[in-house]
Design a protein around this ligand. Structure first.
Ligand code: HEC
Length: 169
């Protein structure tokens, strides 16, 4: 093989390697650690990023409250109105920096919950069936529980005090 082709091929190989590493870092790994005190994986976030995620969480809880309240009153329109703001439209506002810190599984679960709220809103409007909405909400709550069992959010400083760095996952 010619020397130039060897250089050419190894450059391509190197670039593919770099792309693979970047894809792993940006799309899959996120930035998590484990601590001795808590079995949940800890995602390290800057205070404003943590505040953003937690405020989204409180939005989820508000929607859950309004939906159950509306279901008791058998008001499908109110269910749709409560669910819609927490649909995929609410998933924006996450900076690229924050995206890289969240593990893929976390983002997938989060998006799936947002999609669920869109589905609850659409179905409530189309069918007017509040019992169906409650069944859907029950399934969604299972995802809230699953994610809460797996993850916590911490500030980078806390990690240095408490934890052993566990690398990517
Ligand atoms: C993709 C993961 C994920 C999903 C899905 C999820 N949460 Fe959370 N939630 C978290 C994490 C992580 C925290 C912070 C926990 C900690 O640091 O101890 C949190 C915190 C919260 C808090 C506390 C907010 C605060 O101000 O401290 C509430 C309330 C909450 N979640 C409600 C919900 C509800 C309701 C759902 C489902 C409709 C939901 N979450 C779905 C990951 C998730």
């Amino acid at each position: 093989m010619k020397r130039s082709s060897i250089i050419y091929l190894s450059t391509i190989g190197l670039l593919l390697g770099v792309i693979a590493v970047m894809a792993y870092v940006f799309l899959i790994a996120g930035k998590t650690t484990v601590t001795a005190e808590d079995p949940r994986r800890a995602i390290e976030l800057e205070p404003p990023e943590r505040a953003l995620v937690l405020s989204e969480m409180r939005g989820f809880l508000i929607a859950v409250h309004k939906i159950t309240d509306a279901a008791v009153r058998n008001d499908a329109n109110a269910i749709a109105a409560a669910a819609k703001p927490m649909g995929m439209a609410a998933a924006g506002g996450v900076s690229p920096a924050l995206m890289t810190k969240l593990p893929l599984e976390f983002k997938q679960l989060g998006h799936s919950v947002h999609r669920d709220f869109d589905r609850i809103a659409l179905d409530a409007e189309a069918m007017g069936d509040t019992r169906h909405a409650l069944t859907q909400l029950g399934e969604t709550l299972g995802k809230c529980v699953a994610c809460h069992a797996a993850y916590q959010l911490i500030a980078p400083d806390t990690t240095q005090l408490m934890g052993i760095k566990a690398g990517g996952s």
